[in-house]
Write a protein that binds this ligand. Structure first.
Ligand SMILES: Cc1cc2nc3c(=O)[nH]c(=O)nc-3n(C[C@H](O)[C@H](O)[C@H](O)COP(=O)(O)O)c2cc1C
Length: 281
């Protein structure tokens, strides 16, 4: 069903700006688009279990995502075993939803399957290069996001969990992932016990370009975004990231926070693991 929707309040929530004029967007739209504009990550869930059949339907939707060259290099692990959930969750005590959400999946890149197919057909095997890594990762990411959108349409809330890659050796052991199958992201899901909030995004003036890439106004636009975002969701002084290292900033916003976060190296174990187990780059 297509209906005339006033998207302005949703765009205002998402970007803090950007309007299609007073009357809003002029065309007809599926309400699904409005739902996507208002989507948000959910990390707190009721105890209500998720029907296993519904999970399978959502996985079928996830596997309907586009796949590079039809190589179909995503694999999904359904983590049911409470001991495995508990073990994975125990590595990340600051994210208790990892061990406790009603549902948990791990979306993996799987170049191993394609290599085995080549071997069975007695053809040369693919390069284990950056292209191969990216293709399998993109397939897994598209399946992940397609699952999320389908799950949200079914009333569930979701939270991707890439932090599992920081303990990839232990996670791979628990899930018995063979060489050539690597986790891209976990996914917590369940029925929301809290509505969450729309996370404001950088404005399209920063992230969208016409014909040629142009970031000449990015510094000013990011500063304005920081101010808009802080005015909606102010960061209390005690929430400033790592003040012992970076001090307390007078004016703190998204870009200061992300610069502090990015200054801490992350992912060395994953990088080493990929090279030791499969890839040659
Ligand atoms: C690939 C990926 C990995 C993520 N990993 C984690 C994670 O490990 N833990 C977590 O709590 N949130 C994680 N998130 C959720 C992001 O923090 C969240 O999407 C972001 O803050 C934007 O919020 P929104 O999805 O509500 O718009 C991840 C999101 C993505 C897309």
């Amino acid at each position: 069903m297509e209906v005339q929707l006033n998207l302005n309040p949703l765009l205002e929530m998402r970007f803090g700006e950007m309007r299609f004029g007073e009357k809003g967007f002029g065309g007809d739209l599926s309400p699904e688009i409005a739902r996507i504009l208002g989507r948000r990550t959910i990390r707190r869930y009721t105890a209500q279990p998720v029907d296993p059949q519904l999970i399978d339907v959502l996985i079928a939707a996830a596997l309907s995502a586009s796949a590079k060259s039809d190589f179909q290099q995503a694999s999904i692990i359904k983590v049911h075993d409470p001991a495995k959930r508990q073990a994975i969750g125990s590595f990340f005590p600051t994210m208790p939803w990892i061990g406790t959400s009603p549902g948990f999946l791990v979306f993996c890149g799987d170049p191993r399957r394609l290599e085995q197919i080549c071997e069975r057909h007695q053809h040369p095997t693919p390069q284990r290069d950056i292209e191969a890594f990216l293709n399998a990762s993109v397939d897994a990411a598209l399946a992940l996001q397609t699952f999320i959108l389908a799950a949200e349409a079914a009333g569930l809330g979701c939270c991707p969990i890439s932090v599992i890659r920081n303990r990839v050796r232990a996670v791979a052991k628990i899930l018995q992932l063979p060489s050539g199958v690597f986790p891209v992201s976990g996914l917590c899901f369940g029925y929301p016990s809290d509505p969450g909030h729309v996370s404001m995004r950088l404005p399209p003036s920063v992230t969208v370009h016409a014909d040629t890439y142009d970031d000449s106004s990015a510094a000013a636009d990011v500063a304005a975004y920081d101010a808009r975002r802080e005015s909606r969701y102010p960061t209390p002084p005690e929430k400033q990231r790592n003040p012992a290292k970076f001090g307390h900033a007078q004016s703190y916003g998204w870009s200061e926070d992300k610069a502090r976060q990015a200054a801490e190296p992350e992912g060395q174990e994953f990088n080493d693991y990929l090279r030791e187990t499969w890839f040659r780059f």
